[in-house]
Design a protein around this ligand. Structure first.
Ligand code: ATP
Ligand code: MG
Ligand code: MG
Length: 351
């Protein structure tokens, strides 16, 4: 069997490894941090920083294809890896999604709705953008933000200076606040031959900037559901994308607005593990190794809930619940805000 190289050893890398293993593949994880969650289930682990070109080259030479569980891989590391093996999804998806400014411009060029936005190199630009876009607005770092980190809300003009100071000089964008009724996401996959398969859109609720629950089906009209899937397909085709992508959406009375895209398996797609015959992790592996894609149709409704920090104390009680599938990441310390696992409550079809 082939070996799949995975950049990043977090829970997403772990679940990708499990899926790959189920299909008879081996996985090799590249991860700078010690004791990565994926290390328990992968066949090989390289612990080295992304600056270690010799380690990157040896890793690449040991695998047949390279994929990743997070999008912030340094460009120089990608240059080294790409000399040895193909990287899927490709460089263009990373280039676009690593920077919120590039990402928003890309989505707008495709004719998709985004929040109004402006590049914010300094205070002068922020004042001008606030006058144009208006408050409330959100200042976000262009790069490296996740789980709501690197963001500051601006409710009135007085918040502008402290908001900018809180980002400590990092390049930023300002986004107008989108008045959404709820949030949804589409998990979509594309194969090298251009085949696209989408899972049913899920409805997402965030708590303290972190995804709390995903409920499938989402509250969407038939035409919104169609729109969501068409928008996702448009994005994947434009990037000549290979693999699974998460597309985050705001649902508004004026249609669907794209919040952001993630060029990888996505937390809001974890429900597929217990709602679909082929889940997002197997789907990603299939795409990366040029296998036919599974169908996105769900066989059950599901409510996914993240277990964060102290939530681990609920595990014994959750384990007694019927129709509640536990997915735990094997992480030792339950620090506040740390994703420790998730549950999928499967809603049985009424007979
Ligand atoms: P993730 O962990 O999903 O990568 P992130 O740190 O990249 O999160 P965003 O997805 O940009 O952050 O924002 C997190 C949440 O904040 C969104 O899901 C939404 O609830 C809210 N939010 C972000 N941008 C806007 C906006 N322009 N208008 C209204 N709400 C927003
Ligand atoms: Mg994000
Ligand atoms: Mg997000």
């Amino acid at each position: 069997g082939a070996t799949i190289g995975i950049l990043g050893g977090g829970q997403l890398g772990r679940m990708l490894s499990v899926a790959a293993s189920r299909l008879g593949f081996k996985t090799h994880i590249f991860e700078p941090g010690a004791n990565p969650p994926a290390g328990d289930v992968a066949h090989m682990v390289t612990t080295a920083p992304y600056e270690d070109e010799a380690a990157l080259a040896a890793f690449a030479a040991s695998v047949d294809v390279i994929t990743y569980e997070f999008e912030n891989i340094p460009t120089a590391a990608l240059d080294v890896l790409e000399q040895h093996r193909p990287i899927r999804p490709g460089r263009e998806a990373l280039r676009v999604s690593q920077d919120r400014l590039t990402e928003k411009a890309f989505l707008q060029d495709l004719g998709l709705q985004t929040a109004p936005f402006a590049d914010i190199p300094d205070q002068v630009a922020l004042d001008a953008a606030l006058a144009e876009i208006g408050a409330p607005a959100i200042l976000k770092t262009r790069r490296f933000g996740y789980d709501g980190k690197g963001q500051a809300r601006i409710m009135t003009a007085e918040d502008a200076a402290p908001a900018l100071a809180s980002l400590a000089g990092a390049p930023a964008i300002l986004e107008g606040f989108v008045n959404f009724t709820h949030e949804a996401s589409v998990i979509a996959a594309r194969s090298p031959s251009g085949e696209v398969a989408c899972f049913d859109p899920g409805e997402n609720v965030h708590r303290d900037g972190i995804l709390h629950t995903t409920t499938v089906p989402a509250r969407l009209s038939q035409s919104q559901r169609m729109d969501a899937v068409l928008m996702a397909a448009k994005i994947l085709n434009a990037l000549d994308y290979v693999g699974v992508m998460g597309v985050e959406l705001f649902v508004t009375p004026k249609g669907l607005v794209v919040n952001e895209i993630a060029p990888r398996v996505h937390n809001s797609g974890h429900w597929t593990q217990n709602g679909c015959a082929v889940d997002q992790f197997e789907q990603h592996i299939r795409a990366v190794v040029s296998w036919p894609l599974g169908d996105g149709q769900r066989h059950s409704d599901v409510v996914m809930e993240n277990l964060i920090g102290d939530d681990v104390i609920r595990i014994p009680e959750l384990a007694r619940e019927r129709d509640c599938a536990l997915h735990l990441y094997g992480k030792a310390d339950a620090k506040p805000g740390r994703k420790m696992g998730h549950i999928n409550r499967v809603i049985r079809a009424q007979k």
